[in-house]
Design a protein around this ligand. Structure first.
Ligand SMILES: [Zn+2]
Length: 234
């Protein structure tokens, strides 16, 4: 005989259907893995992320980075301002929105020229872009956080007095799905005049701070905060 005989394998119909079914299931699971995981996660419920009962380790309250006079904090300078700002907590980098221009001593400057100033800063921890139009009373801060960001609580304990630590940790409270690897965003807003702290967490999308209105947008590692000066009419 010439040539090879073709060989056929006989498979039971039932087995064939099982094989096809398994393959389809694998395809569906791979394709919708993310969605299925999310569905499962959402079924497990939510839980709060809190930082209650954290004790300050600062020995001298006058060295507090928020209300004290630590040389390593810019708050001492910004406290003269009548405006608001943002703090990157892990490296304690304080940014002014630039809603009002000040001279070197922190006295407000009268600005009558319409201009927008943009500034880029990379602190090594976060990268920050501020854009402000002081004579329109409009400003925005765009922050890019590192991947898998989380607040460095130990650092805060060393830098803040108990009262300030409580304010900051309160602002870090958030909630997440039980098995979600979410952490609080290591940012907060500060009123330079009153030293009140306002949350920058994804549940918080806006608030008024005295004569200012701020709104926040969150997208993965990016946070955009817009601020507007909206004084009441006389
Ligand atoms: Zn303090």
């Amino acid at each position: 005989m010439s040539g090879k005989e073709k060989q056929y394998y006989k498979i039971r119909k039932r087995h064939l259907w099982i094989a096809i079914g398994t393959m389809l299931a694998i395809i569906v699971i791979t394709y919708y893995k993310q969605d299925l995981y999310k569905m499962w996660q959402h079924k497990q419920g939510r839980e709060d992320v809190t930082y209650e009962g954290i004790k300050s380790e600062l020995k001298n309250n006058r060295e507090c980075y928020l209300c004290g006079n630590s040389d390593r904090s810019l708050m001492g300078y910004y406290r003269k301002f009548d405006t608001i700002g943002l703090i990157s907590l892990n490296d304690w980098y304080v940014v002014d929105f630039g809603l009002q221009e000040y001279d070197e001593q922190g006295n407000p400057l009268k600005s009558d020229s319409a201009h927008t100033s943009t500034q880029m800063t990379n602190t090594g921890e976060v990268s920050i872009m501020t854009s402000s139009s002081p004579n329109r009373g409009m400003a925005s801060i765009d922050v890019s956080l590192p991947e898998n960001y989380k607040p460095d609580i130990k650092m805060l304990q060393k830098r803040l007095c108990q009262a300030c630590l409580d304010k900051i940790t309160d602002s870090l409270e958030t909630s997440k799905w039980k098995y979600e690897k979410k952490q609080a965003i290591p940012l907060c807003l500060v009123d330079f005049k009153t030293l009140e702290i306002y949350a920058v967490q994804d549940w918080h999308i806006g608030c008024s701070i005295r004569d200012y209105w701020v709104d926040m947008e969150y997208d993965e590692e990016r946070v955009e905060v817009n601020a507007y000066y909206l004084p009441t009419r006389e």
